[in-house]
Ligand binder design. Structure first.
Ligand code: SF4
Length: 380
């Protein structure tokens, strides 16, 4: 067993996670953005010290895969030179922040304030996270976080416990964010559910003063041209380092998003770079698949090769979650159709999560295309 193979906390860069293809080093972009130099440094480090694969996580972080214990130190040195590494593990693990890619004039300054506050937070569960969603309209509603900073319809800043419909008006962002984290701990939130805000709110435990509705959210945006730049998507949130190098060479600030997409700030044309998805109709965007075998040691079957094959037979509008085991990392919420790998083949779950009771069990990969077509056919 590797010295890094420790479960129960969120991995970072200073504390990587052991996986089937080596160490996974998670880089949390400071203030939710990367300069071209920083993006190039991450790509270069992935080639020099990893296996050249870079993941974009559901929390808008970048992960370098295939790192060894010997290459981890030089990798950290390279990334630290570009300002991408926190001073210590504790600061890194508390910096759980997703920042909207579509920002208002104050968002970056607010991200700096919130980042400084995170370093002073009380000890929170590993997966406890914040979203700063202060663009013209909220867009991060689908992201799995615990505390959201948003704007009310009148433009006022609010702090909203995740999944609750209303937020509390902010006086001092840093002090108020720390106060709501302390409230969460005082209410027993650390031991409630899996240490997530949603479990506490689900019990009807809500902080005082949460009476202001956020501005109406926008649906998750699609790849393509946007008023402030271009969104490009990655199949399963993964790319080769060469793709990231080519993006860095375009010279735009890059804002990672939780939607398996990167936002190129200020771009006015859609780049033609191998490994990018720029057509919103591409069926691969309707398949969610975790790492699977062989890169994940817990996987009971292939996911991504199969997912590419199955994407080709999906009907328009049909979506699919393909999971390498019942843990369902890539899609923790229910999906219309889920295929979960088991030692006996693939199980089909309708309208559930990867660990729910299946409707069909022990399916072979060869049987799946016809099955998906039948699932979409109108039932008479
Ligand atoms: S769902 Fe299972 S196989 Fe897939 S990444 Fe998570 S632990 Fe690995």
């Amino acid at each position: 067993m590797s010295g890094w193979d420790i479960k129960g906390w969120c991995p970072g860069a200073l504390r990587p996670m052991a996986s089937g293809d080596g160490l996974v080093v998670r880089v949390r972009p400071p203030l939710g953005r990367l300069t071209p130099a920083q993006a190039g440094a991450i790509a270069g480090a992935a080639l020099a010290h990893g296996n050249g694969i870079v993941d974009l996580s559901a929390r808008a972080n970048l992960q370098l895969r295939g790192v060894t214990e010997a290459s981890h130190g030089p990798l950290i040195s390279d990334l630290r030179a570009e300002g991408l590494i926190d001073p210590d593990i504790q600061t890194e693990s508390l910096r759980n922040l997703i920042v909207t890619p579509f920002r208002d004039a104050e968002t970056t300054a607010l991200a700096a304030t919130l980042t400084a506050a995170l370093a002073r937070m009380p000890r929170l569960p590993g997966k406890f996270g914040f979203a700063l969603d202060t663009g013209p309209r909220p867009v991060l509603n689908g992201a799995s976080v615990d505390i959201r900073v948003e704007r009310a319809a009148d433009g006022a800043l609010i702090l909203r416990p995740s999944v609750h419909g209303f937020g509390k008006r902010v006086g001092d962002l840093a002090a108020d964010a720390i106060a709501i984290a302390e409230w969460f701990i005082a209410q027993g939130g650390v031991t409630e559910g899996r240490g997530r805000m949603a479990a506490l709110i689900g019990k009807g435990v809500i902080p005082e003063g949460c009476d202001t509705a956020p501005a109406n959210p926008l649906p998750q945006p699609e790849p393509g041209l946007h008023p402030e730049g271009v969104l490009v998507a990655l199949a399963f949130g993964q790319m080769r380092a060469e793709t990231l190098l080519a993006l860095a060479a375009l010279g735009y600030e890059i804002r990672p998003t939780p939607w398996r997409m990167l936002f190129l700030v200020g771009a006015t044309t859609i780049p033609e770079i191998a490994g990018l998805i720029t057509d919103p109709a591409d069926p691969i965007l309707r398949v969610t698949a975790c790492t699977g075998a062989p890169a994940c040691p817990q996987a009971l079957g292939d996911t991504r090769h199969l997912a590419r094959a199955l994407a080709a037979v999906l009907a328009p509008g049909q979506t699919l979650h393909l999971s390498g085991c019942a843990k369902g990392c890539a899609h923790p919420s229910p999906a219309p159709l889920t295929l979960t790998a088991t030692p006996q083949g693939y199980d089909l779950i309708r309208g559930g999560i990867a660990s729910d009771i299946p409707s069909l069990t022990g399916l072979s990969p060869q049987a799946l295309p016809d099955l998906l077509k039948a699932e979409h056919a109108p039932h008479l």
